[in-house]
Design a protein around this ligand. Structure first.
Ligand SMILES: *[C@@H]1O[C@H](CO)[C@@H](O)[C@H](O)[C@H]1NC(C)=O
Ligand SMILES: *[C@@H]1O[C@H](CO)[C@@H](O)[C@H](O)[C@H]1NC(C)=O
Length: 464
């Protein structure tokens, strides 16, 4: 990273830019010419941070060792997120309060960078000294950033409009040149059908029968259906406060759910909310039972569709619930999404977190026996708040993040077989609406089912 912090901040601080295509040895390039009249911002301090950041990059090369590789990628990803955060900050024109909020998020992101550095330190015996130095540097960077916060608060706001103009110019300039996008990086996995390489679609896209009333919910198809229910599709809309639901709606086929005709409702709890109420959007159906977050408890509830009974399994102590650790992105949190259920070839999983794992995602296998139980657990380094959703395929957790209103990106994977994490996936999902309230993979038809701002969408998952 050639001092990304420097360039992030420089974008926010510099006074005048001129964007233009220029001819260089390697062809045309977009260049910002900087004409800086004065230095209202303590640039020397930023320069220092920038230099430190580039030193960090220079002293840690991705090939040193595999674990370092992963962590370095994670670090780079976090720095990209920082850049995104700055972009959002620049967009905000509502006054100083929002700016302060974004700055807090940037501080949190820096804290995550610190956390990654701490891991790097722990894991790299042969490079302990180097890591120590780097960690110190990041610590210094963080201190400096904090010092700059107050100053920034007053100065950067004034430059919003100018920055936006510059960015527009630069974008227009860049459009003029033909940029070839990076090909998606295949994710490791253990699917007999190959690696997950892309997501195509949406294949179907429709409002539910409820219209736009309920922005939160989930839908799908049981990947392990009982005889006679093979074509059935289920729908759970959170009909109370975008948080709770007390029944499951089922349709006999994909066509009937798309057309919204002939549903059957199965009631789980008599009122809403109360004991056994569904809490949170990320529910799944597996083996004719609905797995969901229990009402007001850090537990997994399983509703048996035939017996119409609920069994529950407690999550480990301190696991987040009641909107403590939701999914989200910089501009929104997906309320009460503390628990995310997922289905894959091997059955059911639950994705959640706890303060003990610093709000980073924890994955547990859910044993679908009678009674259900919690199986093996894995801890990841992915901060739950920075992912918008997750799903599992072939024992690999995939996490998405918000790119813009049209694009959601699968950027992260955690392989429960090897324990390997990656932050460098670039698999895009085309959206029709802005937010993703739930996303789940069906291993039977190899499709993703998405609930997005009251719309239900399906996608084909491509393996190679
Ligand atoms: C950081 O260093 C690596 C390896 O030397 C290089 O490939 C990469 O482009 C650098 N990153 C930035 C953002 O300059
Ligand atoms: C649901 O209940 C039925 C009938 O009691 C039983 O046969 C079945 O095994 C149960 N399913 C699960 C997943 O426990």
């Amino acid at each position: 990273m050639k001092s990304p912090l420097l360039s992030i901040w420089a974008t926010a601080v510099f006074l005048t830019f001129v964007s233009q295509p220029v001819q260089s040895a390697g062809g045309k390039q977009c260049v910002c010419e900087l004409k800086n009249a004065q230095r209202p911002f303590p640039m020397d301090k930023l320069d220092n941070i920038g230099t430190m950041a580039s030193q960090c990059n220079r002293s840690i090369t991705p090939n040193q060792m595999e674990e370092m590789d992963v962590l370095t990628l994670g670090l780079q990803r976090r720095l990209e997120q920082l850049k995104d955060s700055m972009a959002v900050l620049e967009k905000e024109d509502d006054g100083e309060l929002y700016g302060a909020v974004s700055l807090r998020i940037i501080e949190l992101e820096l804290a995550e960078v610190m956390e990654l550095m701490a891991k790097l330190k722990r894991k790299t015996q042969s490079n302990q000294q180097l890591s120590q130095a780097t960690s110190n540097q990041v610590q210094n960077m963080m201190k400096e950033m904090k010092n700059l916060e107050e100053f920034d608060h007053m100065q950067v706001m004034k430059k919003h409009w100018e920055n936006q103009r510059i960015k527009r110019d630069l974008a227009v300039c860049q459009q003029g040149l033909q940029v070839t996008p990076q090909p998606p990086t295949p994710a490791r996995g253990h699917c007999p059908q190959g690696q997950l390489v892309s997501v195509s679609g949406p294949r179907t896209y429709t409002l539910t029968q409820y219209g736009t009333s309920y922005p939160y919910g989930a839908w799908g198809k049981d990947p392990n259906p009982p005889p006679g229910k093979e074509g059935m599709h289920w729908l759970v809309a959170l009909t109370s406060s975008n948080v709770f639901a007390n029944f499951v709606r089922q349709y006999s086929t994909l066509t009937t759910i798309v057309l919204g005709v002939g549903p059957t409702d199965t009631v789980i709890a008599s009122s809403n909310p109360t004991t056994n109420t569904i809490q949170g959007p990320n529910v799944v159906m597996y083996g004719d039972a609905l797995y969901y977050g229990c009402y007001n408890a850090p537990s997994i509830c399983r509703f048996n569709m035939t017996a119409r009974t609920v069994t529950n399994v407690a999550l480990p102590q301190n696991s987040g619930f009641n909107n403590k650790f939701p999914f989200g992105h910089l501009e929104a949190a997906y309320i009460y999404s503390d628990l995310d259920f997922a289905t894959d070839e091997s059955g059911v999983w639950v994705i959640y977190t706890s303060p003990e794992n610093f709000g980073n995602i924890i994955i547990s296998k859910v044993l679908t026996d009678s009674p259900p139980a919690l199986g093996k657990t894995w801890q990841t380094s992915l901060h739950k708040r920075t992912a918008t959703n997750t799903f599992m395929a072939c024992g690999v957790l995939y996490a998405t993040r918000y790119v813009d209103k049209e694009i959601e990106e699968i950027f992260y994977s955690f392989d429960t077989v090897t324990g390997k994490e990656r932050y460098d996936l670039k698999i895009q999902i085309k959206k029709m609406l802005t937010n993703v309230q739930s996303l789940n993979y069906n291993p039977q038809d190899r499709m993703l089912y998405m609930y997005s701002d009251a719309y239900i969408l399906s996608y084909d998952v491509i393996f190679r």
